[in-house]
Design a binder for this molecule. Structure first.
Ligand code: SF4
Ligand code: SF4
Length: 364
């Protein structure tokens, strides 16, 4: 047993399973690997009943991105699950920022173009927060930041869920895995906005050349150009961070230190709400393949920052993410985003009893 924490454990470590896979060029081999990881986890995840609505939560990737979980990899895993429940489906929620995936129509088009459709998978794809991302349900959590969280209704009405998370870095959290898939990925649009609020960017006038790129990408019309300089209308800003990506001169800055910690804390309070809504009938499978600096919401292909590692899974999202961070190499994520501490999400998740960061790693 490995003890990965500096402090004495207050609770027993969670079991985390790793199935190593370095060559991701053969879809059939990948599919068999994912199935064998699931078969290890399945006896512990014995909550799926014949009539249950079982959600497989993942992200389809943005148009132009290649860093998402490929449907062909899931063939054997889905076949196995279909034998347990007739009501299996893939689920996702709309994005906060204005792109094709910000409404269910555009979202399903992107999903289908990446192979996520009923004709290819044999199971339906559902957008859990409705046509425009407004269909949310309040879940009481009594956290430090939120009394209630607003979770997509289609998630709340599911009986159980398996979260498939492609591990990446992230400009606001440093690391994105199961906790982000749970917290941000299952919130309604309002829920996403409430997590982002307070993480507002700043425009450094001296660096701004007035090109207008930030204004074009802003989904909230929160930027205007005056006297050849960008100006931020703070009361309109939803803190989506799009302008920071669009700006090529580094004139848009987010004060990551403070805001990132708060953002991560809010995100894991949402994650707690999702777990509560599903009565803890959840399992987590992290994909450590093509781990890039930015998440799959970016419309571009990126070079990986780590070698491909394999599948990490378990029933505790905190332990699964902490193991993923450790095994991929915490330094890699910190190098990509200096000033952001990805452990903030782990610390708060542990504090609010979403899970434990100590884990026993089992090679399978
Ligand atoms: S100003 Fe930037 S962070 Fe704010 S809404 Fe617009 S693009 Fe998003
Ligand atoms: S993208 Fe950057 S340089 Fe261009 S207007 Fe916006 S802040 Fe200024």
């Amino acid at each position: 047993m490995q003890n990965h924490s500096k402090t004495a454990p207050k609770t027993a470590p969670s079991k985390v399973y790793i199935k190593r896979l370095q060559d991701w060029s053969n879809d059939q081999k990948i599919s068999e690997t994912i199935l064998s990881a699931w078969q290890y986890l399945e006896p512990m995840a014995d909550f799926i009943g014949r009539d249950d609505f079982t959600a497989i939560k993942l992200t389809f990737g943005e148009e132009g991105s290649d860093g998402y979980i490929k449907p062909a990899w899931l063939a054997d895993f889905l076949k196995s699950l279909k034998q347990k429940t007739e009501n299996l489906f893939i689920v996702e929620t709309n994005t906060l920022y204005r792109e094709k995936r910000s409404n269910a129509v555009g979202h399903l088009h992107v999903a289908a173009s990446h192979g996520y459709s009923i004709d290819k998978l044999g199971i339906p794809v559902i957008i859990a927060d409705g046509l425009r991302g407004r269909d949310g349900q309040n879940i009481p959590i009594r956290g430090d930041h939120f009394e209630n969280v607003k979770i997509a209704r289609g998630i709340c009405e599911s009986d159980n869920a398996i979260f498939l998370s492609h591990v990446t870095g992230h400009m606001q959290t440093g690391f994105a895995g199961a906790l982000k898939n749970l917290g941000m990925g299952c919130a309604s649009r309002q829920g996403k906005l409430l997590q982002h609020a307070g993480t507002l960017p700043e425009i450094i006038i001296e660096k701004c050349i007035g090109c207008g790129a930030c204004m074009i990408v802003c989904p909230a019309n929160a930027i205007c150009i005056k006297k050849k300089k960008a100006m931020l209308v703070k009361e309109r800003c939803i803190g989506c961070g799009e302008c920071t990506v669009a700006c090529r001169t580094g004139a848009v800055e987010i004060k990551y230190d403070e805001n990132s910690v708060k953002f991560q804390e809010k995100m894991v309070e949402y994650a707690l709400g999702v777990k509560k809504a599903l009565n803890s009938k959840t399992a987590y499978i992290n994909f450590l393949e093509h781990v890039t600096k930015n998440c799959d919401c970016m419309s571009k292909n990126e070079t990986p920052i780590t070698p491909d590692i394999g599948i990490i899974c378990g029933l505790d999202p905190v332990a699964v993410d902490k193991a993923s961070m450790d095994i991929a190499g915490m330094d890699k994520f910190k190098e990509m985003f200096p000033g952001i501490d990805p452990l903030a999400q782990i610390r708060h998740a542990e504090k609010i009893k979403l899970g434990v960061s100590q884990y026993e790693l089992v090679e399978i």
